[in-house]
Design a binder for this molecule. Structure first.
Ligand SMILES: Cc1cc2nc3c(=O)[nH]c(=O)nc-3n(C[C@H](O)[C@H](O)[C@H](O)COP(=O)(O)OP(=O)(O)OC[C@H]3O[C@@H](n4cnc5c(N)ncnc54)[C@H](O)[C@@H]3O)c2cc1C
Length: 369
């Protein structure tokens, strides 16, 4: 019987992909890693708008988890995790498999909140991105055959603005009408005023209608309703606030009010010392963080150190210290971008080139082999 410790990585998000890069450079003795993910490829969300707009290919924007696992010489299981029993140290998969772990880490991201009645039947969430991209392919084919369709994107944050502009770019020749619908009084409410103004100019330039203060009551097969009024759309996309997977709570893990897994400064769940969580799915207890890929990326160094420490028991855990602010680069269509940090806003084609360089540099860590 093997004396190896079983370290299970649940989800192949940004953090775990980078943890595996660290592992390849510094493998831990007597530790066997298993990566579990329902998808063989994990998207780099910063490049998603560029993929929709047709600027990048699938492989330029996705980390091949199967290939990464092969290079790291670890096991890869392509299945969704459905539950964790932290007392029995057991992970349950959708196909009925059960896997014992000594140490585990969760990095499964988030999905748009499906709370609007009818959204599960009649709208397409932008996450999981794999399913969203399949729908996007079918939609493009359909619109080429039957132009002049109406599309609604529900959400007013950075992701929804970027998705709307990317779709407008890709669908320009087919007379598609796009609406961005938010219940907030303005789009990009957490961004500086200049960024909001510039974004609205770009949306107007691309003919995208922005409907604010619209609390959608229900989504139907042929549109949506709001305050008793019906609006007709052929296609509706959800890019609403991030929501957590139900199985975190159902597994008895400690969570915040929204259901995200509570972690301490060491990215250790407050439920069990041998269970870690990072990225969107985690609620950083001492300071709630925005659900942004930049945090998932920055957490990777600390998570790797702490997983190593937990496996070897020889050195102390390190605390994760979140950055005060982060550079937010928003793709605005037509190779144009807006950048914000510390309340300052810049924009232009040069900002797009800057963003493009940063994004390609990130992906080169995985695609260069
Ligand atoms: C359109 C759009 C654009 C965005 N642009 C940016 C940006 O420019 N910059 C930025 O910082 N943030 C951006 N974001 C936010 C960003 O997507 C998230 O914050 C980021 O993806 C979180 O990374 P993560 O590592 O937590 O998880 P993810 O990258 O979402 O990965 C989660 C992984 O877990 C897997 N998984 C899911 N469920 C299970 C399960 N049950 N069992 C096992 N595995 C599972 C998935 O297949 C996936 O591989 C954007 C979001 C959207 C929607």
């Amino acid at each position: 019987m093997s004396n190896n410790l079983n370290l299970i990585l649940v989800g192949g998000g940004h953090t775990h992909a980078l943890v595996l890069k660290h592992w390849m450079a510094h493998p831990i003795d007597n530790v066997q890693i298993t990566l579990i993910s329902p998808h063989s490829h994990s998207p780099y969300s910063g490049m998603l708008p560029g993929l929709l707009a047709g600027y990048y290919t699938f492989s330029q924007t996705h980390i091949d988890l199967q290939q990464l696992a092969h290079e790291a010489n670890i096991e890869f299981i392509q299945q969704p995790v459905t539950a964790i029993d932290h007392l029995r140290q057991c992970i349950y998969l959708a196909d009925g498999q059960q896997h014992q772990y000594d140490i585990a880490s969760i990095n499964v991201g988030s999905t748009p909140n499906p709370e609007i009645p009818g959204s599960q039947q009649h709208a397409t969430p932008v996450k999981p991105i794999a399913e969203f991209l399949q729908h996007w392919q079918r939609l493009q084919t359909e619109i080429r055959q039957q132009p002049n369709q109406r599309i609604a994107i529900i959400g007013g944050g950075a992701g929804s603005v970027e998705v709307a502009l990317a779709m407008a770019h890709a669908l320009k020749p087919w007379g598609t009408q796009l609406s961005l619908i938010t219940r907030a009084g303005d789009i990009l409410s957490e961004y500086p005023r200049k960024a909001r103004r510039l974004s609205k100019e770009r949306l107007a330039l691309h003919g995208i209608e922005v409907l604010t203060n619209m609390n959608v009551d229900e989504i139907h097969a042929d549109g949506l309703s709001c305050s008793g009024q019906k609006y007709s759309y052929e296609h509706i996309f959800l890019c609403t606030q991030a929501a957590a997977a139900n199985w975190f709570r159902q597994s008895g893990l400690a969570t915040d009010q929204r259901g995200f897994i509570t972690v301490n400064n060491y990215l250790q769940t407050t439920t069990a010392g041998n269970l870690f969580a990072a990225g969107d799915c985690a609620h950083f207890q001492s300071e709630p963080l925005p659900k942004a890929g930049v945090y998932a990326v920055r957490e990777a160094d600390i998570l790797f150190h702490n997983l190593q420490a937990a496996c070897q028991g020889t050195h102390a855990l390190k605390p994760y210290q979140p950055q005060r602010d982060f550079l937010s680069l928003l793709a605005m269509g037509d190779h144009y971008a807006i950048g914000c940090k510390f309340g300052l806003t810049v924009s232009g084609h040069w900002v797009w080139r800057w963003k493009d360089q940063i994004d390609r540099h990130f992906m080169a860590r995985f695609n260069a082999g």
